[in-house]
Design a protein around this ligand. Structure first.
Ligand SMILES: Cc1cc2nc3c(=O)[nH]c(=O)nc-3n(C[C@H](O)[C@H](O)[C@H](O)COP(=O)(O)OP(=O)(O)OC[C@H]3O[C@@H](n4cnc5c(N)ncnc54)[C@H](O)[C@@H]3O)c2cc1C
Length: 333
C-alpha cells in the first residue's frame, strides 16, 4: 500500500485537474479491505482511461495495482490464466500473444487495467473481452468478502455489465480469468485489420500479426492520451429498432448501420456527431478530435464541467437532427 498524494491529474487519461482526500495504491485484496474499513466511500481507479473528473472527490481514491499472471489449468486446446486486476491490459494481451495463446489480440493497445475490462466489456475490431472470459473474483465493499462471478452473472452486453448497474461501485474486481486458445483462429472480420495486414504483406496472419496490425491501426487513428487528454470513445454507438433504422435510412441513405442478431441496428455515433458539424470543434481547451468525432479531448486546461457541457451540446444536436439519444460511455465522477 503506497500513498500517492491528493492530486488526481496524472491518474486519469483526460488529464483533468481535481483532488481526492488521498490517493492510495492497493496491491492486494487485503489492502482493499483495510482501505474500505478506513473509508467505506472510497472510489477505485484502474488506469483512469474511462473516467471524467467533474469535481473533487471527497473520499479516498484507491488505485488498483493488484498484479499476477497464474495458469489456473489447461487442456490440449485451452489455457486458463488468472490475471490480477491491476495488470496493464495491453501488457497482458502482448504477453498472451508471446506465449502463443490466442483470443485477446484484437484488443491490443486498449488503455487501462484488467480489472476494469469486464466493467464495460471492452471491445474492439470485432472482439469483446467476454468472448474469452471465464470468471472473475470481486470484493463486495459492503461485506468485505470476495466472491467468484461466472460469465452469466456478469450480464455482459455491448459496453455493459452488471458492474455498471446493480453492482456499480459495490463489487471491486480483484482478478479476472480468461480462457485462451492454444490453437488460435484469428479474427480478421474487420476491414481495417484486413487492410493493415495487406499493407504488412501478410497473407496468412498469426495472432502476432493481428496484434501488430491492430496496434498500427490504433496508433494511426486514435489520439495518444500522453499527448492529448482523452478517454477514447465518449459515447456508445446507439442501438435503434428496425423501424427507427428504416425511417432514418429513408432520410439519410448514406448513414452507416450494422444489423444486429436481435433485429436491432447499431449506428455509428461518430458519423452522427460528424453530420452535426462537431468534428474538430474547439471550445476553450475542450474539443472534439479532428479525426475522430467520437473522441472528446482536453487540449490542456479544460475542466470536467467544460468537457461535459460540450458532451451535452453534442447529445442535444444529435437528438434534434436524428432523434437518436447518445449514451455516455465514459464514467463521470
Ligand atoms: C485512447 C483510448 C482508446 C480506448 N479504446 C477503447 C476501445 O477500443 N474499447 C473499449 O472498450 N474501451 C476503450 N477505451 C476505454 C478504456 O480504455 C476502457 O474502458 C478500459 O477498460 C478502462 O480501464 P481503466 O483501468 O483505465 O478503468 P478506469 O478508467 O480506471 O475505471 C473505469 C470505471 O471502472 C471502475 N473500475 C476500475 N477498476 C475497477 C475494478 N478493479 N473493480 C471495480 N471497478 C473498477 C472505476 O471506478 C470506473 O468507474 C479507450 C480509452 C482511451 C483513452
Amino acid at each position: 500500500m503506497t500513498e500517492r498524494g491528493t492530486s488526481l491529474r496524472q491518474f486519469t487519461t483526460f488529464g483533468i485537474d481535481a483532488n481526492a482526500n488521498c490517493v492510495v495504491e492497493a496491491n492486494s485484496a487485503d489492502d482493499l479491505i483495510t482501505l474500505f474499513k478506513n473509508d467505506p466511500n472510497a472510489k477505485v481507479l484502474g488506469g483512469g482511461s474511462n473516467v471524467l473528473l467533474n469535481a473533487d472527490v471527497h473520499s479516498t481514491v484507491i488505485l488498483i495495482r493488484i498484479l499476477g499472471r497464474d495458469i489456473v489449468c489447461e487442456d490440449e486446446q485451452h489455457v486458463w490464466i488468472r490475471f490480477g486486476a491491476g495488470e496493464t491490459w495491453h501488457d497482458i494481451v502482448s504477453w498472451s500473444v508471446d506465449q502463443g495463446w490466442g483470443g485477446l489480440e484484437n484488443l491490443a493497445l486498449i488503455p487501462g487495467t484488467v480489472g476494469a475490462a469486464p466493467m464495460q466489456n471492452i471491445g474492439a475490431y470485432g472482439v469483446e473481452q467476454n468472448s474469452v472470459f471465464d470468471s472473475l473474483t470481486a470484493l463486495d465493499r459492503t461485506t468485505l468478502t470476495e466472491a467468484p462471478f461466472d460469465a452469466p452473472s456478469c450480464e455482459f452486453g455491448y459496453r455493459d455489465s452488471v458492474f455498471k448497474h446493480a453492482l456499480r461501485d459495490r463489487a471491486i474486481v480483484t482478478s479476472v480469468t480468461y480462457r485462451l486458445s492454444k490453437q488460435p483462429i484469428v479474427n480478421t472480420a474487420y476491414l481495417d485489420v484486413r487492410n493493415e495486414l495487406a499493407a504488412m504483406n501478410v497473407a496468412s496472419p498469426t495472432i502476432r500479426d493481428v496484434r501488430d496490425a491492430v496496434v498500427r491501426v490504433r496508433t494511426r487513428k486514435l489520439p495518444d492520451p500522453r499527448v492529448i487528454g482523452n478517454a477514447g470513445s465518449f459515447f456508445k454507438n446507439p442501438i435503434v429498432t428496425a423501424d427507427q433504422h428504416d425511417a432514418l435510412k429513408a432520410l439519410h441513405p448514406e448513414m452507416p448501420a450494422y444489423a444486429q442478431k436481435d433485429g436491432t441496428h447499431k449506428l455509428a455515433a461518430a458519423w452522427l456527431i460528424d453530420q452535426c458539424g462537431w468534428k474538430g470543434h474547439r471550445r476553450g481547451d475542450a474539443g472534439v478530435h479532428a479525426n475522430q468525432a467520437l473522441v472528446l479531448v482536453n487540449y490542456g486546461a479544460a475542466t470536467g464541467a467544460e468537457i461535459l457541457e460540450l458532451a451535452y451540446d453534442i447529445q442535444a444536436s444529435v437528438l434534434e437532427k436524428f432523434n437518436v439519444e447518445l449514451e455516455r460511455e465514459v464514467n463521470v465522477w
